[in-house]
Design a protein around this ligand. Structure first.
Ligand code: MG
Length: 341
């Protein structure tokens, strides 16, 4: 395989705020793997919370160039075990590489990745559309900008969390899920869950910081709503640890290091009886189309990352009013949208 690294800067539709901070332009690394005249693509974006920078990822990927370029794309899961030891410190870089290998693998085999895995697209969950933290008026505006979705995910972690959800509820009958991104406290979570259950909220994502995971055992037991781990469920080993602490896990490709571990994590979570969710960061259709291959394995989908961009850089799996549309293309279905990268 030939390794080509692209650095992209994607303007966002809105300045995006969650409890961890704000961002207006999103920088990401796109890994391109070429073999036999075919290109596969994978993405990992910057994340302040997880300490991922474009410069750091490029450096990590340069370090495995020799390993990558001496390998052939026959089995992405096998390649992952070869690359993982060298990229154990950089799950984001490993993710971009692993997703590119999967996209290339499917394209070379002439099949979509989900099909090569033996999955079916017959019953897929809808995705939510995410409303970032802002003034209540602007959050309502964001909701109205994307009307008609079956589920909205509301980012919380402000002094006005319940007022936000009450106001949004006046504008739609859709299902809500909320994500506090570690900003709540244990007693507050139990109180908020009771109030939010009355407002048509179906689940709460990551109310407490991972340092307080042990408190989650009691909080989850007393919560009126199911609680899903995100920041507390990062790597493969975290899935078993989440049993008893949370009702479910949100698996994201960049957190764990790509499709190879993500697929194993979702299978393990289901086996343990945990609810499963596939999520994303702010990502172009390169990253979203990879994550979408996992949809047959999940109860909940949060894959609206590309809609948060002012302009996409690729086509692939597309979201419309919460429903997924898979393209004719093989692999993860990714086609570069412009020659600018
Ligand atoms: Mg989250």
């Amino acid at each position: 395989m030939e390794l080509v690294l692209h650095c992209v800067a994607l303007p966002l539709r809105h300045v995006f705020t969650i409890a961890h901070g704000s961002t207006a332009v999103h920088r990401a690394v796109i890994v391109e793997l070429r073999q036999d005249g075919v290109s596969g693509f994978g993405e990992a974006g910057e994340s302040v919370y997880y300490g991922a920078t474009v410069e750091g990822m490029l450096e990590s990927l340069q370090r495995v160039r020799g390993l990558v370029e001496s390998a052939r794309c026959d089995d992405p899961a096998q390649l992952w075990t070869i690359f993982q030891p060298a990229l154990a410190h950089d799950a984001f870089a490993l993710c971009a590489l692993d997703c590119a290998a999967h996209d290339l693998w499917g394209k070379l085999r002439g099949q979509p990745v989900w099909k090569l895995w033996g999955l079916s697209l017959e019953r897929l969950p809808c995705s939510d559309y995410t409303i970032g933290i802002d003034t209540i008026e602007r959050m309502v505006m964001k909701l109205r900008e994307f009307p008609g979705w079956p589920v909205y995910k509301v980012k919380l972690g402000t002094p006005d969390d319940l007022a936000i959800v009450r106001e949004l509820r006046r504008h739609t009958d859709a299902i809500f899920r909320v994500d506090a991104n570690c900003a709540w406290e244990p007693a507050q979570t139990i109180d908020n869950a009771a109030a939010l259950a009355q407002l048509g909220v179906e689940l709460i994502e990551q109310p407490l910081p991972p340092e307080l995971d042990e408190a989650m055992r009691d909080v989850t037991a007393r919560s009126a709503l199911p609680i899903v781990a995100d920041e507390s469920c990062r790597f493969e080993s975290d899935v078993d640890r989440c049993l008893g602490l949370f009702d479910g896990v949100n698996v994201k490709l960049v957190k764990c290091g790509g499709l190879t571990p993500a697929r194993r994590m979702l299978a393990r979570a289901r086996k343990l009886g945990l609810r499963t969710m596939v999520g994303c960061m702010t990502e172009s259709s390169v990253g979203i189309s990879a994550a979408a291959q996992l949809l047959p394995m999940v109860d909940y989908a949060d894959l609206d990352g590309a809609l948060l961009l002012a302009q996409d850089i690729a086509t692939g799996v597309r979201l419309q009013y919460g429903r997924f549309h898979f393209p004719e293309q093989n692999g993860c279905g990714i086609v570069r949208a412009s020659r600018s990268w």
